[in-house]
Design a protein around this ligand. Structure first.
Ligand code: 3HC
Length: 301
């Protein structure tokens, strides 16, 4: 059945090579997903060799885990590894028909990245953005071919969560949207078409909850009490654990975007900003005990 709002799939163009801009945690999860499900070459790029090696290495390590669990054969594991490569220059995207960016959540950075990619790919190559909250229309606005830009928003952990928000920008054409839906289907994701509105749908709902919980802690409720109190809501993981999974910087960024759009509904938290400034990956240590330094931040330290 065609997902609501998806154009006729006969308009979809084939995807035979994928480019990924960025080699962070999200990007390496995407590299693995595209290689595993589409079985096409996937080239990652980043600003320096160290980040690139780390990103490709992370994808390869996940393939080893799949091998260890017997989910892929040794042959397939080797094939997947050879499909995922890294390159410092975006000229490695030549011949790609689908490029997705997962770089820093800053509009000017995303615009620059897409303008650079445009220099190396055909006018039909889809430019997808995994942005959590930024406007897809604005991101496309200064490109030579804004009609090939589409939002393609995954959720953490990418390999496990089935949803994919597909975002049509003001100028996205039907062929681009059809290609995005076809690719999303082959990635075995459940695709929904959402409006190009701040933080789309999922993050808008999720951040309403997270922003309020963080504020209760700002106001003096201990983190453990806040988490125990929301347990009856049946969330798949406690809110502060989820924030660690997503990354406090991303959570703050989405919250700021939403605060700007709907100031009354999305309170800001000074403590969340302090947590991000501290560079800590979350409120918990790897053994899931609370990080005392972060507790101090949240108790006004
Ligand atoms: N990376 C890759 N795979 C992971 C993983 C990770 N970080 N965490 C868990 N998994 C895999 C496990 O390996 C396991 O796979 P297997 O069945 O092949 O062994 C499977 O997921 C289930 O894991 P577990 O049995 O260990 O644990 P749970 O049943 O508790 O599930 C969870 C873990 C799927 C992460 C679940 O807790 C969950 O759904 N949490 C909520 C996640 C969520 O809400 N994400 C959305 C965040 S918003 C976002 O990403 C948008 C962005 O723009 C901010």
């Amino acid at each position: 059945k065609r997902p609501a709002g998806a154009p006729d799939k006969s308009l979809a163009r084939p995807v035979t090579k994928v480019g990924i801009v960025g080699a962070g945690l999200m990007a390496s999860q995407l590299a693995l997903l595209f290689a595993r499900r589409l079985e096409v070459p996937v080239v990652m790029t980043d600003l320096d060799q160290e980040r690139l090696d780390k990103g490709v290495g992370h994808a390869h390590a996940e393939i080893d885990k799949l091998l260890g669990k017997g989910r892929v054969s040794p042959d397939k594991a080797n094939r997947l590894k050879s499909l995922i490569t890294g390159s410092l220059g975006k000229e490695a995207f030549a011949g790609a028909d689908f490029v997705i960016e997962a770089v820093f959540e800053e509009m000017s950075v995303k615009k620059t990245v897409f303008a650079e990619v445009e220099e190396h790919v055909s006018p039909e190559c889809v430019l997808a953005t995994n942005t959590s909250s930024l406007s897809v229309s604005e991101m496309a606005s200064e490109l030579r071919h804004p009609e090939r830009v589409v939002g393609f928003h995954f959720f953490n952990p990418v390999a496990v969560l089935p949803l994919l928000e597909i975002v049509r920008g003001e100028r996205t054409d039907d062929a681009t949207l059809a290609t995005a839906f076809a690719a999303g289907g082959r990635l075995k994701k459940s695709c929904v078409l959402v409006k190009d509105a701040p933080a789309f749908v999922v993050n808008r709902v999720l951040l309403r909850l997270l922003a309020e919980i963080v504020r209760t802690v700002d106001e003096g409720t201990p983190i453990e009490v806040a988490e125990r109190s929301v347990a009856p809501l049946g969330l798949p993981m406690p809110p502060f654990v989820l924030m660690g999974l997503v990354g406090p910087a991303i959570a703050l960024h989405v919250n700021e975007t939403l605060h700007e759009a709907f100031p009354d509904r999305f309170p800001l938290s000074d403590n969340l900003a302090k947590l991000v400034a501290s560079g800590k990956p979350g409120v918990y240590l790897p053994d899931l005990s609370l990080d005392p330094e972060v507790v101090e931040i949240f108790s006004g330290g």
